[in-house]
Every structure is written in C-alpha cells, then in structure tokens.
Design a protein. Structure first.
Length: 82
C-alpha cells in the first residue's frame, strides 16, 4: 500500500524549485527529480556514490553544504517542502 504522506503533493521552496521544477509535487517525485538533476550534472562522487557534490543550486537546498550524503540529503530536502 502506498504511503499517502509520501504521495501527497507538497509546496516546493523556490530554492528547491530551481532544481526540481515548480511544485506542488509529492515527496517521491521531488526525490526522483533530484536524482535526475544529480545524474544529469554528474554530481555523484565517483569514489563514494553515497555522496553528492552540490553545485550552486543544490547548495542553496542543502543549507550551503558542498558535500552531502544520500541520507542527509533527504532530511535537508524536507525543510524545503511544506
């Protein structure tokens, strides 16, 4: 059964919208769009696939951090959803 909270469209902050597009969109779509962006811009650390090397747009989402791991990313992205 799908988690309804995960599927509920949420408001996307301007910083996050710059990366994943304008909301509202469900959290699952936000995460999917983030990975599309990360792969398209080759931001995954080749030596440690769990780390994301943030470009300027992602740094705005990640609170200024240049390197974020996958698990931390989810937590930081939640701050941009309401």
């Amino acid at each position: 059964m799908a988690n309804s909270a995960f599927m509920k469209p949420m408001k996307v902050s301007d910083e996050l919208a710059a990366v994943v597009g304008k909301g509202p969109m469900p959290r699952s779509e936000v995460v999917k769009a983030l990975w599309v962006y990360i792969k398209k811009h080759d931001l995954q650390d080749p030596s440690n696939k769990r780390n994301i090397n943030a470009d300027e747009a992602l740094q705005a989402v990640f609170g200024g951090k240049k390197v974020v791991n996958m698990f931390e990313m989810t937590k930081l992205v939640s701050k941009h959803l309401s």
